[in-house]
Structure formats: C-alpha cells, structure tokens
Design a protein around this ligand. Sequence first.
Ligand SMILES: [Zn+2]
Length: 189
Amino acid sequence: MKNKKILIVVDVQVDFCEGGALAVSGSGGLIPELNKFISFCEKSNIQIIFTKDWHPVNHHSFKSQIGKWPPHCIQNSVGAELHPDLYVPKNAFILTKGESVHADGYSAFENKALIDTMGLDKAVKVYVCGLALDYCVKATAIDAIRHDFSRTYIILDLCRAISIDNKSTLSLLKQEKVAIATSSDLMSD
Ligand SMILES: [Zn+2]
C-alpha cells in the first residue's frame, strides 16, 4: 500500500467563503477547482477528510473575548456548515476542531480522531488544501509532518490565504519540510 494517499480539505465553510463572517478573498473561485480535485480523489480511491472549524459562542479567538477574529463558525450555525457548493462524497470523513473555548483549532490534529482516521501507515502521501492557507492549512500541514507523515503536500492552487503576501507562509512550510505542489502535478502523479 505504499501509494496510499489522503486528502484533507480544511474549513471550506460558509463563514470562510465570500459573504461569510470571516471571508477569505478568492474563495468563490476556489470551490469549482476543489470540486474537480475531490472528484478525482474519489475516483482514485484516495481517502478524503473534511475539517470544520467548530467554535462555542464564547471562543477565545473572538474579538468579543479579546481575540483576533470576528465570531465565525459557531457550532450548529449556518456559517459553520461546509459550503453548499462544495462536493462532499458520501464516504468522506468530516471532523471538527476548535470545539472548546481555549482550543485554537488551527490544526486539524487538535482533534485526536484525525490520527485514528488517517491510520498508522506513515508512508502515505498527505495532501492538504482549503482555507486559509496562512492559518489552518499551514498549521495542519506542519502538524502532519510533526506526526511523522513525512510526505505531506500543500496543494497551492487549491488554497486561499488571508494575507495578501504568501512569502513568509511558503518559506515556513518549506522550512518545516512540507512539499508545495499543484493539483495538476498530483493528478498526474
Ligand atoms: Zn476559528
């Protein structure tokens, strides 16, 4: 099974998409491209995991709690749902993160169920994409490396960032040994 692959689609939720409470610019154009890749992964029997930011109303990251962000992805709200245009295959796993007041929830590995879902085989290739590149995508990819998934890739064209300039994000990812790829590279891999 040395060619096993796992796709992690991070936080493509209503609140992070255009019109949402913490919209990441360019997210509208992202979904059709993501859907193509998700369909490719489904056909190729690549395991697919979706994450959802999933906060209590008094989450510490909210400005109302002297945090950094406007309230977003509040548990059971419409804003916390995966975007309705996103293609979610029936057998995909959906995991939540940032569920307690003081859990940042940037990395999907904060939810211990992620490791169980991914399995013990560290030789798998792990593809990470979604929103936002400079926060949850970055944190999840770096954590994958720290959990010994040494073949972890960011799919750069399938991410959108909050920062306008991605230079520091990309150099940090490289420093952490996360590979940077494009969806077309991976579809021909
Ligand atoms: Zn959040």
